[in-house]
Design a protein around this ligand. Structure first.
Ligand code: AHM
Ligand code: MG
Length: 334
C-alpha cells in the first residue's frame, strides 16, 4: 500500500477489547469495555494537559513567572480529579484507590458498578519539568460477588486483577493493556482522538542486555542485589556487560523493558525497608503486564502477584523483566 493511503480498517482499543470480550462468550456484558472507555478519556485529557503544562513551563523557564511549582502540583491533582470523576460517572465502579488519596473511595449506590480501579494518576512526576516521559498506571478488580464495594475488594492478590495497564505520555501517548490474555499496545492518534492498535501481542524477549536500577542507592543495597549487579557489570568472558538505562519514571522504564527486554529493579534496601514502589497501583499492574508478556515479576524471593496486600498504600520490592534475567537475579537471593 502506498504511504499516502490511510488505513481504512483501524483497530481501535475499544474495537479490540470488545472483540476479545465477545470471544470470551456469554459472561461478557461489555461493562469492562465501557470502563476502559472512561479510562481512555482520562488518558486523552491528561495527555493534553501534560503537553500544555510543558508549554507553560517553557514560559516559566524564560524567567517571566514562578508558576512552575504551582502548575506541576495542579497537574497531579488534575489527573487525579479527572480519573475519580470519570470513573465514578462511568457507573461501572464500586471502589477507587488513588496514590493521591489517603482513603479508598467507595462509590455511592446510584453510580455503583462491579469494578474496582486502583491507580497512580501521574507517576514519575519528578520528571515533569524536564519534559521526560511520565504516565498513568491502573489495575482493575471485580468486586467479590457478595460485596457492595469495600476496601477488602482491593486488598487481594494482583493475580486476581481482571485487567491492568498504563498510559505513557511521551512524544505520543501510548496505552498498554492486558485483560488477561496477552498484552497489547495502542498509540493515540491525536487527529482521530482514538487509541489505535500499534503493538499487538507484546512479548518480552527471554533475555535482554539492559539493566535499570537507581544505582545511586548502591550503598544501601542488600548483598543479593550487589552480587547480581556485579555479575552483569563484570561478567566472565565471553559474556559482555549489560547497558544501564534508568529514566526514573516507572512507566517509561517498564515500557522499554517490555519492548527491549532486560531487567528493571527497585529493591528494598537498608534505608527503604520495603522499597519505594507501591504494591497496589504500581507493582501489581506492572507485574500483571510483565507476566502476560511472558516475563517474571518478583520481590527477589516471592512472586509479586501472590502478595496479599494489608493496606492500600503498601510498598514492595520490585524486579521485573525478561525471564532469564530475572531468574539470574532470583538465584542471587537463594
Ligand atoms: P512517584 O509516584 O512519587 O512519582 O514515585 C514513583 C517513581 C517511579 O516512577 C520510579 O520508578 C521511581 O519513583 C523512581 O524513584 P527514584 O527517584 O528513587 O529512583
Ligand atoms: Mg507513583
Amino acid at each position: 500500500a502506498s504511504e499516502e493511503t490511510p488505513s481504512v480498517d483501524l483497530i481501535t482499543l475499544t474495537r479490540h477489547v470488545l472483540n476479545d470480550q465477545l470471544r470470551l462468550g456469554a459472561a461478557a456484558t461489555g461493562d469492562l469495555t465501557l470502563l476502559l472507555t472512561a479510562i481512555q478519556v482520562t488518558s486523552k485529557f491528561i495527555a493534553t494537559n501534560v503537553r500544555k503544562a510543558r508549554l507553560i513551563n517553557l514560559v516559566g523557564l524564560a524567567g517571566e513567572t514562578n508558576v512552575q511549582g504551582e502548575e506541576q502540583k495542579k497537574l497531579d491533582v488534575l489527573s487525579n480529579d479527572i480519573m475519580v470523576n470519570a470513573l465514578r460517572a462511568s457507573g461501572k465502579t464500586a471502589v477507587l484507590v488513588s496514590e493521591e488519596l489517603e482513603d479508598a473511595i467507595i462509590i455511592e449506590e446510584k453510580n455503583r458498578g462491579k469494578y474496582c480501579v486502583v491507580f497512580d494518576p501521574l507517576d514519575g512526576s519528578s520528571n515533569i519539568d524536564a519534559g521526560v516521559n511520565i504516565g498513568t498506571i491502573f489495575g482493575i478488580y471485580k468486586v467479590r460477588s457478595d460485596s457492595k464495594g469495600s476496601v477488602e475488594d482491593v486488598l487481594r492478590p494482583g493475580s486476581e486483577m481482571v485487567a491492568a495497564g498504563y498510559t505513557m505520555y511521551g512524544s505520543s501517548a501510548n496505552l498498554v493493556l492486558s485483560t488477561g490474555s496477552g498484552v497489547n499496545g495502542y498509540t493515540l492518534d491525536a487527529s482521530l482522538g482514538e487509541f489505535i492498535l500499534t503493538h499487538p501481542d507484546i512479548k518480552i524477549p527471554a533475555r535482554g542486555k539492559i539493566y535499570s536500577f537507581n544505582e545511586g542507592n548502591s550503598m544501601y543495597f542488600n548483598p543479593p542485589v550487589v552480587a547480581y549487579l556485579k555479575s552483569i557489570k563484570y561478567p566472565a568472558a565471553p559474556k559482555t556487560p549489560y547497558s544501564a538505562r534508568y529514566i526514573g519514571s516507572m512507566v517509561a522504564d517498564v515500557h522499554r523493558t517490555l519492548l527491549y527486554g532486560g531487567i528493571f529493579g527497585y529493591p528494598d534496601d537498608k534505608k527503604s525497608k520495603s522499597g519505594k514502589l507501591r504494591l497496589l497501583y504500581e507493582a501489581f499492574p506492572m507485574a500483571f503486564l510483565t507476566e502476560q508478556a511472558g516475563g517474571i515479576a518478583t520481590t527477589g524471593t516471592k512472586r509479586i502477584l501472590d502478595i496479599v496486600p494489608t493496606g492500600i498504600h503498601e510498598r514492595c520490592p520490585v524486579f521485573l523483566g525478561s525471564k532469564d534475567d530475572v531468574q539470574d537475579l532470583i538465584k542471587c537471593y537463594e
